[in-house]
Design a protein around this ligand. Structure first.
Ligand code: ADA
Length: 552
């Protein structure tokens, strides 16, 4: 299922995960069995395949019914058909999508997903990059049976007033067919409230708001998580017809001057950048591997993850909710070239990435900040317009979280006044020489003059490359594990001594595969700056990080 808990107690939901039939659309029509969720690169003949493929499977329904087909993620473009009828299109591997289909006759149905993972003008976010764009249905899928009006989603906001927590909940009810008036009951942490829902015409959606006072709840804390079940039940004449369940935490994120506060207490971030990439699983990382990643990070003393450079699988966010790990989640965007940023399609695709990220993930207690546009054009007036627009969009969609972005426009960035938390990616001793402390101080001094004064500052990336298993204890050659460990030690010593900053994110947790176009700049066609390798075997740097993070 798409989450780590049951999202429905009433609504019938069936997983569509398992073996699907894959037909290659390269002119050959060659067929393979493919696992969902999974990547097609796991099929040896398709290990290097970039292009189009159709995924097909059947499922059966016992009664005539309205169906909701849900996809957690398809990499990277999907056109979906049910029984030969087109349902719709979705671009971007890193957010989910769904199609509501009215009046589906009982029987056996054929579901086809036409997938394309090629790089072309139609794709402005998935471009050849310092991480790999895999192919396939990479996150879980499900089919659900819905009434004419159904609960599409909920938005939960918690606030503490005089030590009592309250919850403001919006329930979005949608109609797949013309529907009669209904009512919705929302309950969380022992409190419950009811509200009327008007009759809706097919395709309409309405937002119903309820406020709840929840005495006695325990706050969701950093490394001290308490989660509660939030349930909305839709009823017709008092009889329940549909429901939706989420797991939420009561907590407040606030910035006070240079500090990030969680429930009024200052937090210091000891973080890792983590890509969704694990050996032969690629970006379709299994839950046990996600948990392994978090356990390794906790073992090293980390308390936060940056989901570089895209929204993550909600099951990973569920785990962070459960473990009390703070998350910086960001829009899908890494170093998008200026000429692509200037296309109308980019404007549309980046808006969608931001909108889907917030809409789909806003109830995760673990997310404390929204990020956007890693290392894009933040040094020009044009770029400032794009940053300003997305920052504004994120603020309008969610006024409860600060916004940040990771810049590498050293001494030229002109967008620092637009964000709530100022973040910089720096690589002293790796991409350039010089003392890391001096460099960081110089950057902070400059930042204070261009908008960061009185705001929190994070170092969102720093690190060094080390090829797993390549040792050179004597000369500490470039790419040796020894040099990587030494550089990280120096960087962590320098950055850890800065009282002005709110924390650090190491680049990066694990090695990742990179696009073929990047291979000539990346030994082994991997970004080798992981503290563990692609299969999570620790490098020498692991112990170094543990010493710094566990003791801070
Ligand atoms: C940048 C970028 C990362 C990665 C890193 C590196 O800071 O944000 O995605 O490419 O550099 O390894 O050079």
């Amino acid at each position: 299922m798409l989450r780590l808990f049951a999202e429905h107690k009433l609504r019938p939901a069936v997983s569509l995960d398992g073996v699907w039939q894959l037909t290659l659309k390269d002119g050959s029509d060659a067929r393979y069995s493919a696992i969902v969720p999974g990547i097609w690169e796991a099929i040896p003949a398709l290990a290097q395949y970039r292009g189009k493929a159709d995924y097909t499977r059947t499922f059966s329904t016992e009664k005539d019914s309205n169906l909701l087909l849900r996809f957690g993620g398809v990499s990277h473009t999907a056109d979906v058909e049910l029984d030969g009828v087109a349902l719709g299109h979705h671009y971007d591997a890193f957010t989910g999508f769904r199609f509501a289909v009215p009046g589906v006759k009982a029987g056996v149905h054929t579901l086809t997903v036409h997938i394309d993972n090629s790089f072309s003008e139609a794709s402005t976010l998935h471009i050849p990059n310092d991480y790999y764009t895999y192919g396939g249905i990479t996150r879980p899928t499900a089919v659900e049976t819905i009434p004419d009006a159904y609960i599409d989603r909920m938005a939960f906001v918690s606030t503490q007033k005089e030590s009592v927590w309250t919850a403001a909940v919006s329930v979005f009810v949608k109609a797949v067919a013309d529907s009669a008036a209904t009512s919705v009951t929302v309950s969380v942490a022992g409190a419950s409230a009811q509200a009327a829902v008007p009759a809706l015409k097919a395709g309409e959606c309405t937002e119903v708001k309820v406020d709840l006072t929840c005495p006695g709840v325990q706050a969701w804390g950093h490394m001290d998580p308490h989660l509660y079940e939030l349930q909305a039940v839709l009823s017709v004449s008092g009889s329940p017809v549909d429901d939706l369940v989420d797991r939420v935490g009561f907590r407040e994120v606030r910035l006070e001057g240079e500090s990030i506060l969680l429930n009024g207490k200052k937090v210091y971030i000891k973080g890792f950048n983590r890509h969704e990439d694990y050996g032969s699983q690629g970006c379709a990382v299994g839950v046990n591997s996600m948990m392994e990643d978090l356990q390794l990070m906790l073992d090293m003393g980390a308390n936060s993850v940056r989901t570089c450079h895209y929204p993550n699988d909600p099951r990973f966010l569920d785990l962070c909710d459960e473990l009390g790990i703070l998350v910086w989640e960001e829009t899908h965007s890494r170093a998008i070239p200026g000429e692509i940023m200037r296309t109308p399609l980019f404007a549309e695709q980046i808006d969608t990435s931001a909108t889907e990220m917030v809409t789909q993930h806003r109830n995760h207690a673990c997310i404390y900040t929204w990020g956007l546009l890693n290392e894009c054009e933040s040094e020009t007036e044009f770029g400032r317009g794009v940053y300003g627009h997305i920052i504004d969009l994120l603020h309008r969609m969610d006024s409860t979280r600060p916004v940040t972005f990771a810049s590498c426009r050293f001494f030229t960035d002109i967008c620092m006044d637009l964000v709530d938390i100022c973040s910089f990616n720096i690589y002293p001793l790796w991409y350039h020489d010089g003392d890391p402390l001096e460099y960081a101080r110089k950057l902070i001094d400059w930042l204070e003059t261009v908008g960061a004064a009185g705001k929190p500052i994070l170092f969102s990336e720093f690190g060094a490359g080390g090829i797993a298993g390549y040792h050179d204890p004597l000369y500490k050659a470039r790419w040796s594990e020894e040099l990587q460990a030494e550089i990280l030690d120096k960087q962590l010593t320098a950055l850890g001594s800065l009282k002005r900053i709110s924390g650090t994110y190491i680049w990066q947790f694990a090695d990742v595969r990179v696009a073929d176009e990047w291979a000539m700049r990346r030994p082994k066609a991997q970004n080798n700056k992981g503290v563990v390798d692609l299969y999570r075997r620790p490098k020498l740097a692991y112990a170094v990080v543990k010493e710094h993070y566990a003791n801070k």
